[in-house]
Design a protein around this ligand. Structure first.
Ligand code: F0G
Length: 366
């Protein structure tokens, strides 16, 4: 159990807090005594039971959300970035670069600064949620918004990192996936066993590959006894892995996964095959429905890309076996994308009310 690990750690060091994924899962990560640990104490995120979804599916299934939007910069990227930046620091690197739909850039900027490095981020102009852009600016990245999409930005940063002394921290950097696999460890540490299904949004398909690595490592060590079916979910307008072809002009409200040519596609296809998994697409309407359901029924505010995991589960609910345990990965925090929240809710929001006790009580129905 995660709590047991935390307790053991605390005993040894008298350290009262979760130390972040590198110290927390040291033995499983490619670090050595010379690796400087650059951390914002990421990881140890909640695994929350989603009772409303249990009820929708029925048949005694148990659905949980791995709420990775509660990481220090509000997304799962922090798990990978603590590793990528720590290794970059170990190798003496002075600057890092990434292409991003927003979350990678926020995380890279934060961890680079924590490690005393410069960061450059290339983003698709006009297609990055406000909160993410705000983060990259506040953490002091050099932000280059290009007139092109994520796929073009990634091609450019790969070339820049090849030709100049700058480290690439996109998920082609192997340390990213090493860090991200710790989310799978945490799920097993909490549940005592791997779930039967893991539903996860796919963009560049790094995270699904990282989870698969984590589940397999725990199985090999005998900590768990089974592997989940991996359910990878993409937005219909941006679903190259579902349709098996490059999408030249990807479109979706879930800008985090607006990617038409995923760099980890071979890895993702192996995960699908090995796990006897499923890749499926969900429409923007289905994403927003799941997004609203999580907010209204569960008190969980995630970003639209994250809600795709729940939308995907609801789409295949008839195929889920009885008594199954399912984990949906909520990859990013809802605060990242306030525009989406304000444009897509059914809340009661009365404006222009006089600051008058009687008026307010009356408008409340008293
Ligand atoms: N969910 C969120 C919130 C993301 O930001 C991303 C990817 C994904 C899911 C998909 O993860 O790429 O590993 O399959 N965001 C990247 C970025 C592309 O630049 O922030 P993946």
């Amino acid at each position: 159990m995660l709590n047991k690990i935390k307790k053991q750690f605390n005993k040894k060091t008298n350290f009262e807090q979760w130390p972040g994924i590198i110290k927390g899962y040291k033995k499983w990560l490619p670090i050595n005594k010379n690796t400087p640990i650059i951390t914002l104490q990421e990881g140890a995120t909640p695994l929350i039971e989603l009772e409303s979804i249990n009820q929708i599916i029925g048949r005694n299934v148990k659905v949980y959300a791995k709420y990775d939007g509660l990481n220090p910069t509000g997304s799962f990227k922090d798990r990978g970035m603590t590793m990528a930046i720590s290794k970059a620091k170990e190798e003496g690197c002075k600057a890092v670069i990434c292409a991003s739909t927003g979350n990678t850039s926020a995380s890279a900027a934060a961890y680079a600064k924590k490690g005393g490095m410069k960061s450059f981020v290339l983003i698709p102009d006009g297609y990055v949620a406000q909160g993410k852009l705000a983060q990259a600016l506040v953490y002091g990245a050099e932000v280059l918004a290009i007139k092109g999409n994520f796929d073009t930005a990634l091609e450019i940063v790969q070339r820049l990192a090849n030709e100049f002394p700058i480290t690439l921290v996109n998920s082609v950097n192997p340390y990213r996936l090493e860090g991200q696999k710790t989310a799978a460890f945490e799920i097993i540490d909490s549940l005592g066993e791997a779930p039967d299904y893991l539903c996860i949004p796919m963009g560049n398909a790094g995270n699904i590959s990282a989870y698969w690595m984590g589940f397999n490592e725990y199985l090999t060590e005998g900590i768990s006894k089974k592997l989940p079916n991996m359910v990878g979910v993409q937005a219909t307008g941006s679903a190259p892995l579902v349709f098996g072809k490059i999408i030249k002009h990807p479109e979706t409200i879930a800008t985090a996964i607006r990617i038409g040519n995923p760099v980890n596609k071979e890895k993702a296809n192996i995960v699908k095959k090995e796990s006897k998994g499923t890749f499926l697409d969900v429409t923007d309407e289905e994403i927003i429905k799941a997004y609203q359901l999580l907010g209204k029924q569960e008190g969980i505010f995630c970003e639209p890309a994250s809600a795709a995991s729940v939308a995907g589960l609801l789409k295949i609910k008839e195929k889920i076996s009885n008594n199954a345990t399912i984990v949906c990965v909520l990859t990013g925090n809802g605060l990242k994308d306030p525009d989406c929240a304000i444009d897509n809710n059914e809340a009661i929001f009365k404006q222009g009310i006089e600051p008058n006790f009687e008026e307010i009580a009356k408008s409340m129905g008293f």
